[in-house]
Design a protein around this ligand. Structure first.
Ligand SMILES: NC(=O)NCCC(=O)O
Ligand SMILES: [Zn+2]
Length: 432
């Protein structure tokens, strides 16, 4: 929320963004801090805390992005784990801006494994995107369809596979954010079957929106669907991702909520590369997951709770304080009306953005009451929030749920030297 990005700022700030979240039945958000290359991670974290603390109307936590690599960054990551950051997002795209190269990712993930945190990855091949998007523009394809056309599924899947390989090489747990394609989801499933400690998070956009909108004749409509990795045009994608949530191959549902108004999207009116990437989702995620998951018979209501709440609480090490209703846990509770319907529209949503990627969809399942730490913040279609009432929730490192297999592997997977007699025969002389 509020994130400075691609020369502008996301329009949902921490007040409006968290109000929209609770209106949709979300009781806690995890947003990410985005330092620029060369910027102190700690300074960025403090800046984001300053923006969030005075505005949030529900509890929140942060991931911090690692957009450059140095000893200073490594030291700051250690400091950040002490103030409640246990997840660090890395980018394989946004070449020259946020992207890390493989050697930096390797060092970063090795460090993350040592400090007991969780690596997150935005998985797209940034070199391919840079080349292909330039080619696209040279061919005269300057509209939003170019954004999709230079990011085929394999561009996402290759990066997903590479990130998993890099994390596995240094025994670091990995969380793939915004899994948008069937191909990428398959890569994650296959890796989990091989024993890799990897988690996958599809988002509301990938579960409920249509990537064919990139080809819409209306530039505004198309541009408002631009995000990375792109919403896929294959109509079987949403159902497939939902099936993998049901089977446990994918674990959580997020939003990557990062919204820009039309005038901001229009920064790229003549060149899709300048369209700020990002879509809505924070208000509609719960209804989209219920509508596409439970109402279709793909998910049970208990699985809905798991993929929208409990699994994330476990992975980010805040369970059972969050993600569970029991004595001693925070009273973050949603009373869910399984049969109620609503038609999603930018005209009625609580977000600041002037477009909604789910516009016109009538979804089944919505929050009747949302309770944030014991206080009713949403009831019968009315907000009753207090600015700044949300608290920062520390996410501690060394999460048992994530690290139990990792720590055993640290010990049992140490390579062993073969003891043998030295070779005493002739040795060829190197040619000059
Ligand atoms: N996903 C997206 O398009 N915008 C938010 C920033 C990012 O994660 O790329
Ligand atoms: Zn991302």
């Amino acid at each position: 929320m509020q994130m400075p990005f691609m020369g502008t700022h996301a329009v949902d700030d921490f007040l409006v963004g968290t109000q929209a979240a609770v209106a949709g039945g979300t009781t806690m958000i995890i947003d990410f801090v985005m330092p620029t290359k060369g910027e102190s991670l700690t300074a960025a974290y403090k800046k984001w805390r300053g923006w969030a603390d005075e505005k949030v109307v529900c509890d929140y936590a942060f991931h911090v992005a690692v957009t450059w690599w140095s000893e200073q960054v490594a030291n700051e990551m250690v400091e950040l784990t002490k103030v409640g950051i246990n997840s660090f997002k890395t980018f394989m795209a946004y070449k020259d801006v946020f992207m890390l190269r493989d050697d930096d990712m390797l060092n970063c993930y090795e460090h993350i494994g040592k400090i007991g945190a969780l690596a997150q990855v935005h998985a797209e091949n940034g070199d391919v995107i840079a080349k292909k998007s330039a080619e696209m523009v040279a061919k005269g394809i300057t509209g939003p369809e170019g954004h999709l056309l230079c990011r085929t599924e394999e561009v996402e899947a290759e990066a997903t596979q590479r990130a998993i390989m890099i994390a596995n090489q240094v025994n670091c747990p990995l969380y793939v954010v915004h899994v948008m394609s069937k191909t990428s989801a398959d890569v994650i499933s296959a890796a989990r079957r091989r024993g890799c400690v990897v988690f996958g998070e599809p988002i509301a956009a990938g579960l409920g929106a249509d990537g064919n909108c990139h080809f819409n004749k209306c530039w505004r409509h198309a541009a408002h669907h631009v995000m990375g990795p792109p919403i896929r045009p294959d109509p079987s994608t949403p159902g497939y991702l939902m099936d993998l949530l049901a089977s446990g191959d994918l674990q959580t549902t997020g939003t990557d909520n990062c919204t820009f108004n039309t005038d901001q999207k229009a920064l790229g009116k003549d060149d899709f590369r300048a369209i700020p990437n990002g879509i809505n989702g924070v208000e509609d995620r719960m209804s989209i997951v219920w509508d596409r998951g439970v109402a279709t018979g793909k998910l049970s209501p208990s699985q809905f709770v798991a993929v929208t709440s409990t699994n994330a609480a476990k992975i980010f090490n805040i369970y059972p304080r969050k993600g569970r209703i029991a004595v001693g846990c925070d009273a973050d509770i949603v009373v869910w009306d399984a049969n109620a319907q609503r038609t999603i529209s930018a005209k009625t949503h609580h977000q600041a953005v002037n477009f909604n990627i789910f516009e016109g969809q009538t979804v089944t399942g919505l929050a009747k009451v949302t309770i944030s730490r014991g206080t009713v913040v949403w009831k019968d279609n009315k907000l009753s929030t207090t600015r700044g009432s949300g608290r920062f929730v520390e996410t501690p490192p060394n999460c048992e749920h994530v690290y139990n297999r990792i720590r055993t592997r640290d010990v049992v997977r140490q390579p062993k030297k073969v003891e043998r007699e030295p070779y005493t025969g002739p040795v060829a002389v190197l040619e000059k």
